[in-house]
Each structure stands twice: as structure tokens, then as C-alpha cells.
Ligand binder design. Structure first.
Ligand SMILES: Nc1nc2c(ncn2[C@@H]2O[C@H](COP(=O)(O)OP(=O)(O)O)[C@@H](O)[C@H]2O)c(=O)[nH]1
Ligand SMILES: [Mg+2]
Ligand SMILES: [Zn+2]
Length: 333
């Protein structure tokens, strides 16, 4: 039995990297019957072109679906498509939810960027502790730095379609020649050329995951009072709020709104947007009578949920279904 890592999935075929060699595999019927899903990034045991066993995952994210990663690099374009701080905050919060380190990369720096944008990026995101990088995949600006931050880790490139994820990978590894596409003149957005996640091995310890653009990232899987944990500059005031379950919206005695002048407007706006999405989720969950495992519990690594075993099972199934739904939406199924 050999061990390797899935680096690409294409319909029923699973491509395993073992010792630098590629093996095309299928899944054993028994795994299929157990409805075990295999993710890009999974370590597996395989023999005779069949995957026998999925080894435990260090972690995984579902949008895009990929397992065993070290951090995310959030790619935005400064132009074409227009820089969206709201999207950026989404990706940042998503990385935070998964407890993954994030690096912020602003690409297409060759297209004119106004100083105000650059200033805003540094004034808002540097104090939050993020590494910030401006690049131009087209002209090679910042590509060496980009290559440097990739070293020795498995990084997932996140960001909307057309921001230059594949182009950046091509820039660090020109012989790869990933498919990229021209930004559509009409919509100023790139078209979907990367359909699936794929791990690219830059060297033995440096892996990069190219992902398709995904813009349907919503916080419809956590509770409203957990959203503040995704914003360091908001959660730092939380302990001084009058009410423990304060959502920092219009409550009296809220330490967050009292300090609103110290929080960037677009960050707070994103916070309120995500709280709204989480509220919708909460309503849905209440209606279904199930309880999801909360972020709080995840963070304390406990799985005890104070609901009956039957409901617990049903909650798990709901979560599973959600993940599978995500998978199907991505077209990986
Ligand atoms: N001007 C400029 N265009 C870029 C840059 N990087 C990528 N592009 C273009 O943006 C489009 C989308 O790039 P692509 O790499 O496919 O984006 P992806 O969808 O994020 O993988 C292509 O036409 C690229 O040539 C850049 O740094 N500057
Ligand atoms: Mg791409
Ligand atoms: Zn508050």
C-alpha cells in the first residue's frame, strides 16, 4: 500500500502525488458506499489504481474544497475587477473562521492605483497584522516577494474570478502555463477558466492551490453572536459591552459602538452584513429545530452539544449536507 496526496480530481479520477510521481486512481467501491468524500489535499492510501483509505485531515475548507492547508493568500485586483473591500473582508473573515493565516495580495498593480487606495489598504489591514503585497503578474512586479512568501507552505489562492490567481502562479512557475483568460470587456471580469482546485507543487515543501473564483461566500453557517470573533478590532471591545450577547448594532451600553471612531467604516459595515446573514441562518436553524456546533465550541475543541442525541445526529447531517451542497455547487461531484 502506498501513501500520497490527492492533487487533482477530475470526474471519477483522483490524481495522487506520491514521491513526485503521479498516479491516476479510482475510489474503492466500499469508500463510495460509505459516502466518503475525497478532497483535493487529502492524504490517502492506495494500491493498484484504487484509493483504499483517506487519512485524517489536519483541516479543510469548503469554498473552495481543499484539505490540509497552511494558509490562504487572498488575491484582489486593484482594478479590473474594481477593488472591493467588502469582498476582501469576507475572505479575511472566512480565513479567520478556519483559523488560517492570511496574506493579502493586491494584483494588477500596473493598472493605475490611486494613492488613497494604497493608503487605505495599509492603514486598515496592516494594524490587523496582515502581510500585504502589491504585485503585477503581467509586469513581474512583486513576483519575487510573492514567491518568497509561498516557501515551505501549502497556500490556497482565494479571490474572485479574474483577479489574476492563475497568472500569479504562472509568473512564479512559467513552465506551468495554467489557463488564464482575458477579462471580458463587457463585464470587466475574467471568465471562469479554473474550474477545479488543483495543488501545484512548486518544490517538495511548497504547494499552491489554484482555485476557481467564487463569490457566493456567505456567513450563513454561524450564529450572529459569533461574527464578532472574526473581527479582531471589534471583538477586542466585546468584554466591555453591557450585555453578553451584544451584537454591537443598536444595543445600549455597547463598547463597540462607543469606540466606532476607531473602527474602519467598511470593516464595520462588513461586520453588520455578516451578522445579517448569520441571523437568517439562525432563523432557518430555529425553524428546523436543529443546533449547529458553535464556533465557540470549535475553538475550545469540545464537541459536547447540549441537545439530544437524535437532534445531534440531525445537526451533523445538516452540516454534512451543507458541505455536500457546497461541493455540488462547485461542480466537483
Ligand atoms: N493588467 C494586468 N492584467 C493581469 C494581471 N494579472 C492577470 N491579469 C489578467 O487578468 C485576467 C484574468 O487572469 P487570471 O489569471 O485568469 O485570473 P484568475 O481567474 O484569478 O485565475 C487575464 O486576462 C490576465 O492576463 C496583472 O498583473 N496586470
Ligand atoms: Mg484561474
Ligand atoms: Zn456591543
Amino acid at each position: 500500500m502506498a501513501e500520497g496526496q490527492i492533487f487533482k480530481i477530475h470526474s471519477d479520477f483522483y490524481y495522487v502525488n506520491a514521491g513526485g510521481k503521479t498516479y491516476e486512481c479510482k475510489i474503492r467501491e466500499v469508500l463510495k458506499k460509505q459516502k466518503q468524500k475525497i478532497f483535493v489535499g487529502d492524504y490517502v492510501e492506495f494500491s493498484d489504481g484504487a484509493i483504499e483509505k483517506i487519512l485524517p485531515r489536519k483541516n479543510f475548507i469548503t469554498r473552495p474544497t481543499v484539505a490540509n492547508i497552511d494558509r490562504v493568500i487572498i488575491i484582489s485586483a486593484v482594478k479590473e475587477p474594481e477593488l472591493s473591500f467588502s469582498q476582501l473582508n469576507r475572505y479575511i473573515a472566512f480565513a479567520k473562521y478556519h483559523k488560517l493565516e492570511a496574506v493579502l495580495c493586491f494584483n494588477k498593480n500596473d493598472l493605475s492605483v490611486d494613492d488613497k487606495t494604497i493608503e487605505k489598504v495599509f492603514s486598515v489591514y496592516e494594524p490587523l497584522g496582515y502581510d500585504i503585497l502589491f504585485t503585477s503578474a503581467l509586469e513581474g512586479y512583486g513576483v519575487d516577494e510573492f514567491k518568497e512568501i509561498l516557501k515551505g507552505k501549502t497556500s490556497v489562492l482565494c479571490g474572485a474570478s479574474g483577479v489574476g490567481k492563475s497568472s500569479l502562479i504562472n509568473a512564479v512557475q512559467p513552465d506551468l502555463n495554467l489557463r488564464t483568460k482575458r477579462v471580458s470587456e463587457k463585464t470587466s471580469r475574467g471568465t471562469h477558466t479554473t474550474r477545479h482546485c488543483e495543488i501545484i507543487f512548486l518544490d517538495e515543501n511548497t504547494r499552491i492551490v489554484d482555485t476557481p473564483g467564487f463569490s457566493n461566500l456567505k456567513f450563513d453557517f454561524i450564529m450572529p453572536n459569533e461574527v464578532d470573533l472574526l473581527f479582531d478590532e471589534i471583538s477586542r471591545y466585546k468584554k466591555d459591552c453591557k450585555f453578553q450577547d451584544c451584537l454591537h448594532l443598536t444595543e445600549t451600553g455597547c463598547a463597540v459602538t462607543e469606540n466606532i471612531d476607531k473602527i474602519d467604516e467598511t470593516r464595520y459595515l462588513s461586520y453588520t452584513e455578516f451578522v445579517k446573514e448569520a441571523m437568517e441562518y439562525k432563523e432557518r436553524v430555529k425553524y428546523q429545530g436543529v443546533k449547529s456546533e458553535t464556533l465557540h465550541k470549535r475553538q475550545h475543541n469540545k464537541t459536547a452539544v447540549k441537545i439530544s442525541a437524535k437532534k445531534r445526529e440531525s445537526a451533523r447531517n445538516t452540516l454534512k449536507q451543507k458541505i455536500y451542497k457546497d461541493l455540488e455547487n462547485e461542480g466537483i461531484d
